[in-house]
Design a binder for this molecule. Structure first.
Ligand code: CTP
Length: 147
């Protein structure tokens, strides 16, 4: 019984933070995002986008890491309590129990705008976290090409 109560986020009034992304070629900017997102609450859930769905939002994009590899890397970061795989951001918010949605300033396509409205209607907080300057998966790929 004790176990049940301490593990139950709702009964313990724990705040769960949700953040989403592709997280290919995991880098400092991603880990910094996890650190900042985790600090907003008590528990961080990271939704990692299914590779088959990445191209829908990043035209022409192909990930280096498979969905499973990217999820495995994200889960290994100490700030991350749990991971889920998602296809569309607007559906994952309905499937994960969370209190705070942490987004990057680059996450603003129509799906995210729907999510921000959904959060407002469902009493969830939205926090836009600043990006870490000077690093991204795209820049890393360019850098590697030039080596
Ligand atoms: N992010 C960040 N700082 C960076 C890069 C990414 O805070 N330097 C955050 C984004 O704001 C987003 C999350 O990490 O909330 C996932 O971003 P993702 O698109 O997977 O990483 P990028 O490196 O931006 O990838 P790409 O270059 O392909 O856009």
């Amino acid at each position: 019984m004790h176990h049940f109560y301490t593990k139950n986020a709702y009964l313990c009034n724990m705040k769960t933070v949700l953040t989403v992304g592709v997280f290919d070629l995991l880098h400092l900017g991603h880990v910094e995002l996890f650190r900042k997102a985790r600090a907003l609450g008590d528990r961080l859930v990271v939704a990692v986008q299914d590779g088959d769905w990445v191209a829908k939002y990043k035209p022409g994009a192909r990930t280096v890491g498979s969905t499973e590899e990217r999820a495995y890397m994200v889960k290994a970061i100490k700030y991350v309590d749990d991971i889920v795989i998602y296809r569309d951001v607007e559906t994952i918010v309905d499937e994960v129990d969370f209190d705070i949605f942490a987004a990057g300033p680059d996450q603003r396509h129509a799906g995210f705008r729907k999510v921000f409205d959904w959060c407002r209607d469902h009493d969830k907080q939205v926090v836009i976290l600043p990006r870490t300057e000077g690093i991204s998966t795209t820049e890393l790929k360019e850098h590697i090409k030039q080596l």
